[in-house]
Design a protein around this ligand. Structure first.
Ligand SMILES: NC(=O)c1ccc[n+]([C@@H]2O[C@H](COP(=O)([O-])OP(=O)(O)OC[C@H]3O[C@@H](n4cnc5c(N)ncnc54)[C@H](OP(=O)(O)O)[C@@H]3O)[C@@H](O)[C@H]2O)c1
Length: 225
């Protein structure tokens, strides 16, 4: 059976990926931060790994625990939005910047060299949960500035990971899940988490239709960087 690693699996989009891949009989490695989430993920049938993406010791622990583990799909999903009131007129504090950039960007940079080699033997897929809000081509309003800038940076990490690891057979994708009803997206978001993840899994699982080094939404639409 194929195997997936979901980084940031406790709730929202990450948890739905765990549910759907387990439902199809995959082996799923899922990361958590709290003990309650570890138990819930274990009871669903996932192999659990402790990971706070801001903690370099946890990252080293993941590298050690996954050493040599062949993977078909790895999803870098953990993320934070940061301050709701962040615009070009209201720049972030040091603490806000550190939280969002360490969680969304530095972790992605540090995870690539640990995770991408595990995908090479199966010519697997490394997917980053980015956001359309990170598209520079589409940028038109500055609300959510800190989050937008962080996701633009995540897109660059994905593109560079593609440049380095595509020659080894790893397909790297940047994905926009839609505006999804989760803790981050809120109750007024227009996409159900089941529909978002079903669509994203179709994109991830169709390498012929959706080649690496590109940015797609959950319906398979190609997005401009
Ligand atoms: N929802 C949307 O509309 C939307 C739109 C575009 C992109 N996205 C992206 O999709 C991804 C998932 O979003 P979501 O809506 O599912 O968000 P969510 O419901 O807020 O869940 C966030 C996930 O990230 C984890 N996380 C946060 N900080 C972490 C850290 N330091 N270490 C490890 N895990 C951490 C959380 O774990 P804990 O439970 O331990 O906090 C949780 O599993 C994010 O990258 C987000 O930017 C979402």
């Amino acid at each position: 059976m194929p195997s997936a690693l979901i980084l940031g699996a406790s709730r929202g989009i990450g948890l739905e990926f765990v549910r759907q891949y387990l439902g199809e009989g995959w082996t799923v490695h899922a990361t958590y931060r709290s003990e309650a989430d570890r138990v819930r993920l274990r009871d669903l049938g996932a192999h659990t790994l402790k990971l706070d993406v801001q903690d370099i010791n946890d990252l080293a622990g993941i590298a050690w625990q996954l050493d040599g583990e062949p993977l078909d799909v790895a999803l870098v999903n953990a993320g934070v939005y940061g301050p709701r009131a962040s615009t070009v007129r209201q720049p972030p504090s040091d603490a806000e910047f550190d939280l969002v950039f360490r969680t969304n960007v530095l972790s992605a940079m540090r995870l690539v060299p640990v995770i991408a080699p595990l995908l090479a033997p199966s010519r697997g897929t490394l997917a980053f949960l980015s956001s359309r809000m990170g598209s520079i081509a589409e940028a038109g309003a500055s609300y959510g500035m800190l989050y937008r800038v962080s996701k633009a940076a995540v897109n660059m990490v994905a593109k560079l990971a593609h440049a380095d690891f595509a020659p080894l057979g790893v397909r790297v994708l940047s994905l926009h899940p839609g505006w999804v009803r989760t803790d981050m997206g809120g109750p007024n978001a227009d996409v159900d988490v089941t529909d978002s993840v079903t669509g994203l899994r179709h994109v991830i699982g169709s390498p012929g239709a959706f080649p690496g080094g590109c940015f797609y939404d959950y319906r398979g639409q190609s997005l401009a960087w």
